[in-house]
Write a protein that binds this ligand. Structure first.
Ligand SMILES: [Zn+2]
Length: 467
């Protein structure tokens, strides 16, 4: 019994392994060599005026001899003709299995509906004046170029050039308002990308081929933070109604420049479309204010609740081609959803704490927290340490009877949260005696001023020399 089970398992394994190398041949002679891909799945096709924008549901192929118009087209596998028109043939290939459409051909006059055809033998017709074969599998439900999960497709296929991500920008979700500097709230990312699809013979389609996959990652100090976004994957094409979810309508995608297409990386075109309203699941965003452990529509109320705490981030947009080659572009931006606040102030002398107080903000009130030490300060040398809840610039401190005091931080620029300063209280004078008020000012990286503290009094009595 045991032995039979083992044999069954290895047979299944063998089948799975074989299917990885099974593809189907090319529709042009030579059938075992790669031909030229000039258009790919998912590209925008707003070709004719008054025709609605739509996704390209197949691949465009030119024979490798570059004959174009007049090149003979053959079936990629054995099959049966299901439909025949003057300029296209639809064949069901049971061995793949797939329904494949051969479009933009002058159909061979000998072909008939329900006729059995043989791969590489039965001529289907010659490429017409469009000078390329439009080759479509299952109405765009499958990409005919082999994919890691699609397994079966045109073979051989090799892509020897990296895709290109030329840049990206940020927009307030569902608006035409660009965010050139600080990011806050719900943000759309629009990226500029293409895949030249250069094959081993050097044929390249330039910027007119769509990217295969594109997404975004968020990093701080080289470490990924929050959730990666990757909704756009042309393993199949989305429904045409979701066209504006991928391609920027503001740009004429038919006359686009050599830089490629503009993709709304943050939208999910494979999610069900609904009218533009807050429940639309395909027109989504990167929520820079997202509350930790909550859905993307849930906003944090305070900085410490946020998945992306206020501060500096590297945003990386990466494109992939079918051979898993990749290329990325990065931008450094500050996320700023909340005003900064002083989280803690301590005053120490010879490592003994003389003053210690912390604050939190609940979205409405600043509250004092933790142990609160407030002892009399005598003459001597003290270290004041101030911790902000997010990186700040322009941090300054004054104590009413002292000259202005310069704060320093040993942390790198744009990451400075902790500042220290030495305070000398002279002996033999009563000038500083009494309750003194400390004033702290600072700005977060987006230029927002810190929240006002109500009071942080401490008592100074230089007449007391030591504690
Ligand atoms: Zn086409």
């Amino acid at each position: 019994m045991k032995q039979i089970k083992t044999i069954t398992v290895s047979l299944i394994l063998l089948l799975i392994m074989s299917s990885i190398v099974w593809g189907y041949q090319w529709p042009f002679d030579p059938f075992d060599k790669q031909h030229v891909i000039t258009g790919t799945l998912g590209e925008p096709r707003p070709v004719e005026p008054a025709v609605p924008e739509r996704f390209h549901k197949g691949v465009d192929i030119v024979d490798r001899g570059l004959i174009g118009e007049g090149a003979e087209v053959y079936p990629v596998a054995d099959g049966t003709i299901r439909k025949i028109e003057t300029d296209y043939i639809i064949i069901y290939h049971g061995g793949i299995p797939a329904k494949i459409e051969y479009i933009h051909i002058v159909v061979d006059s000998k072909r008939r509906k329900n006729e059995e055809v043989t791969k590489g033998v039965t001529p289907l017709g010659k490429v017409d004046g469009k000078r390329h074969l439009h080759f479509e599998e299952e109405d765009g439900i499958r990409n005919p170029l082999r994919t890691p999960i699609g397994l079966i497709g045109l073979e051989p296929f090799i892509d020897r050039a990296d895709p290109m991500v030329s840049g990206f920008d940020f927009w307030i979700d569902r608006t035409t308002t660009e965010l050139p500097d600080e990011l806050y709230g719900r943000v759309d990312i629009r990226a500029d990308a293409f895949d030249p699809r250069t094959d081993k013979d050097g044929y390249a389609a330039g910027a007119r081929n769509s990217i295969y996959r594109i997404g975004a990652d968020f990093l701080q100090n080289g470490v990924a933070v929050g959730d990666s976004i990757e909704h756009i994957r042309f393993i199949s094409v989305p429904a045409d109604i979701n066209f504006p979810r991928i391609y920027d309508k503001e740009i004429d995608n038919d006359t686009h420049s050599d830089t490629g297409y503009y993709y709304w990386v943050t939208n999910n075109p494979f999610a069900p479309y609904s009218a533009p309203n807050p429940e639309d699941t395909s027109n989504i965003w990167w929520n820079t204010k997202q509350r930790i452990d909550c859905g993307i529509a849930d906003d944090a109320r305070i900085n410490s609740e946020a998945k992306y705490n206020d501060g500096q981030y590297t945003i990386r947009v990466t494109g992939f081609d079918i051979n898993a080659r990749s290329n990325f572009y990065e931008k450094v931006r500050v996320i700023d959803n909340f005003r900064p606040l002083v989280q803690k102030v301590t005053i120490t002398k010879d490592s003994e704490t003389k003053y210690d107080r912390g604050w939190t903000f609940d979205g409405t009130y600043l509250n004092s927290t933790g142990s609160s030490i407030n002892e009399l300060l005598g003459s001597g040398t003290y270290t004041i340490t101030i911790l902000f809840n997010e990186p700040v610039t322009g941090a300054a401190l004054s104590i009413d009877t002292f000259d202005s005091i310069t704060l320093t931080s040993s942390e790198p620029a744009n990451n400075q949260k902790t500042f220290t300063v030495t305070l000398n209280i002279p002996s033999g004078s009563s000038f500083h005696d009494g309750k003194r008020t400390m004033t702290i000012s600072a700005f977060d990286l987006a230029g927002n001023q810190i929240l006002q503290l109500t009071s942080s009094d401490t008592q100074i009595n230089p007449a007391i020399p030591d504690f």
